[in-house]
Design a binder for this molecule. Structure first.
Ligand code: DX5
Ligand code: ZN
Length: 216
């Protein structure tokens, strides 16, 4: 199966959101990657529900929402209402992760867990069976356009081994500093979904760039 490509709308032109949403709709991309930041869990603030609801009205593809916020539990219902399909919370932001995963499923969404670069894959051992997605961060979350942290490749291999050992159906997604070179290394290591922000939207032809990632 070909790799799932999830362009990050964080790198869109916010003065031309509808144009960029349509570009993703018409491209070979599979998902919209939506980065929500609260200025507390990460040192940046992005956007919230009004943007997700606006996207939902026009999106012809899965909405893959990565929330970099503290206390994610309090907003699960609202993310579901806004039209999110896959909701990914950070391991580091959840005291009762098992409960949070259950609440995401009860709200009708698929559940993902993201790991910061310093967090070992082994913390997922007791929840991997319940997960639909594991998001390996290959940058410290908060900003687009950062340098790829190579240790993510080893973490993808470890996640793949954990998934195979447990028979989990979770998809392995990687986020941060993805381009054709790092993307190839990640796919070879077992990544099934790649997020790409600046590499897509800072390129002269985002549609063609998405297409080239899709060939990996
Ligand atoms: C970082 C976000 C990423 C970001 C990726 O905190 O989670 O999704 O948009 O941007 P690039 O692809 O530019 O590293
Ligand atoms: Zn992200």
């Amino acid at each position: 199966m070909s790799v799932i490509i999830a362009p990050s709308i964080l790198s869109c032109d916010f003065g031309n959101l509808e144009r960029d949403f349509e570009l993703i709709n018409q491209s070979e991309a599979d998902w919209f990657h939506v980065d929500v930041m609260d200025g507390v869990f990460v040192p940046n603030i992005s956007f919230g529900f009004p943007i997700i609801s606006a996207l939902k009205k026009v999106a012809k593809k899965t909405i893959d929402c990565h929330i970099m916020i503290v206390n994610p539990d309090q907003f699960i219902a609202e993310f579901a209402k806004a039209g999110v399909d896959i909701l990914t919370v950070h391991y580091e932001a959840c005291t009762h992760l098992h409960r949070t995963i259950g609440a995401i499923h009860e709200a009708g969404m698929k559940a993902g867990v993201a790991l910061n670069p310093h967090t070992p894959v082994s913390v997922l051992e007791n929840v991997i069976a319940d997960l639909d997605l594991v998001l390996i961060m290959s940058v410290n979350p908060g900003f687009g356009g950062q340098k790829f942290i190579h240790q993510a490749i080893e973490k993808v291999k470890q996640t793949k081994a954990l998934i195979e050992k447990t028979g989990s159906k979770a998809i392995i997604e990687v986020d941060g500093g993805v381009n054709l070179e790092t993307g190839k290394l990640l796919v070879d290591a077992g990544a099934q979904a790649l997020v790409a922000g600046s590499f897509v939207f800072n390129s002269p032809n985002p549609t063609a760039t998405i297409s080239s990632l899709k060939q990996l």
